[in-house]
Write a protein that binds this ligand. Structure first.
Ligand SMILES: [Zn+2]
Ligand SMILES: [Zn+2]
Ligand SMILES: [Zn+2]
Length: 457
């Protein structure tokens, strides 16, 4: 953090950051309390620019120069062959052309993509979930039942991949006579035995899991850990199903490691396993953060946080969830318990979260507003979660001066919703102007500024 930012200097190089928006408020002296270091996700500095400009000039890493000078020039020299067009590359070329190698490479790529499902495979619908969607049912209708079936069938389908390779090789390398088991080479016999035994084993496991209406499935056992003594895992499952259907759940992450937080449950859905923990039993700790220079979706650097979810129930195993730091605020809102920051990770919040925090801290030092004792506060019409606790009172200037107007609406909004409304009316490209601007009251359109937002006591 720039030291000048804290003292209110004007020469701070990060004056674009919302931390510096405090400076815009000149009508009243306010020294913000900076409990922890906050940063926004703005694009990187000069290093990137330098790299870009070098690339623009046709710059290339100076790797080839010295190495080609060191390389032996004698074509008969074994180390020298690689540098010549007719060397081992030509021999490799002959191999590459055989359908066997082509098929092997293609099958490996396909298998890896099928198991780890990158976005392209998802959009093409080449996933177990999509191919067998008819049998799996709909996740929103019965989350637990869907994942009981999905994990089982995923394991089964993945275990068939080696057998698929063998069958493909029967055609790709027909000279090996792989379709006659007796004539196949020894190595291939062994491979076939292994590739038949995988699905046999997984079929046995799948049968075992599905017995007694899925009582033996690992997910059912996990849920049974949370069940009350007189009820079984099915009661827990129906609670999860109901909460998963709500639209206010928090869900994020890649398909192979989704994080779902509902009112009572924290879950992590992976390809073969589902971790479940009850919100009231858990401690969450930020253990690690990783910065990626560029994300595929935007040109901004992204930060991924690893959060350890540990339950006080000794039978529930701890697990890690990963999420983008810009979703951290939303996650915190959904959790009842605080998240500990053990590794003192600097969390790069989204601009909206950062603004909301600043907005709240500024509004808290405005003069409070007391409502008449006979007036009752209704729930906030923005979120319906808590009762309205904001009244707009023109405090910034005398009543007939300035741009702000007096709002005569009764209290209808909560602080968070008012902050979100305030942020939504701003120029998203210029966060430095946010705190000093006026926005219309959501109900009567009378203009107000941050100094006019009062908390009701
Ligand atoms: Zn609200
Ligand atoms: Zn109003
Ligand atoms: Zn005002």
């Amino acid at each position: 953090m720039c030291p000048e930012q804290r003292t209110g200097g004007a020469g701070c190089p990060t004056s674009k950051l919302p931390g510096a928006i405090y400076l815009q408020l000149t009508q009243r002296e306010r020294v913000p309390e900076q409990g922890r270091v906050l940063e926004t996700t703005f694009p990187s500095g000069p290093r990137d620019k330098e790299r870009r400009s070098l690339r623009g000039r046709g710059w290339a890493p100076p790797l080839l120069g010295p190495r080609s000078a060191d390389a032996p020039s004698d074509p008969r020299h074994p180390a020298g062959l690689g540098w010549l067009p007719g060397g081992p590359a030509a021999a490799r070329q002959a191999n590459m052309d055989s359908p066997e190698v082509t098929f092997t490479l293609a099958y490996i790529v396909f298998s890896v993509c099928f198991v780890f499902t990158p976005n392209e495979f998802h959009s093409a619908g080449l996933t177990v979930q999509n191919l067998l969607s008819g049998w799996l049912g709909i996740e929103d209708v019965a989350f637990v039942q869907y994942h009981l079936r999905r994990t089982t069938v995923t394991m089964l389908v993945h275990s068939l991949l080696p057998l698929g390779y063998y069958l493909g090789m029967c055609f790709a390398a027909s000279e090996k006579q792989l379709y006659y088991f007796n004539q196949a080479p020894e190595g291939w016999k062994l491979f076939l035995l292994l590739s038949v035994s995988f699905p046999t084993i997984t079929c046995t496991i799948a049968y075992y899991w599905s017995r007694k209406r899925w009582d033996c499935h690992p997910l059912a056992r996990t849920l049974a850990l949370h069940a009350l003594p007189q009820s079984g895992w099915r009661a827990v499952a129906s609670s999860i199903n109901t909460e998963f259907r709500r639209i206010d759940k928090f869900a994020t992450g890649a398909p192979g490691a989704r994080v779902i937080v509902t009112d009572t449950w924290v879950m992590k859905v992976t390809t073969y396993h589902i971790h479940v923990a009850q919100q009231q039993d858990i401690h969450l700790t930020v253990t690690d953060s990783r910065q990626h220079e560029l994300s595929p979706d935007s040109n901004l650097p992204v930060q991924f946080l690893t959060i350890r979810v540990a339950s006080i129930n000794p039978l529930v195993k701890a697990f890690d969830i990963r999420l983008n730091s810009t979703e951290y605020g939303e996650l915190r809102e959904k959790l009842h318990a605080p998240i500990r920051n053990a590794a003192n990770v600097v969390i790069h919040q989204s601009l909206g979260d950062l603004f909301l925090e600043t907005f709240t801290s500024l509004v808290e030092i405005n003069p409070p507003y007391s409502i008449p004792s006979n007036q009752e506060l209704e729930p906030c019409i923005g979120c319906m979660q808590i009762s309205a606790n904001i009244k707009l009172v023109k405090n910034c200037q005398e009543s007939n001066e300035g741009e702000c107007q007096q709002c005569y609406c009764r209290p209808m909004w909560c602080l968070t919703c008012m902050g979100k409304w305030f942020a939504s009316r701003q120029d998203q490209q210029h966060p430095e102007t946010w705190l000093s601007s006026q926005v219309p009251c959501p109900t009567c359109r009378a203009k107000f500024c941050i100094l006019d937002v009062c908390i009701i006591h």
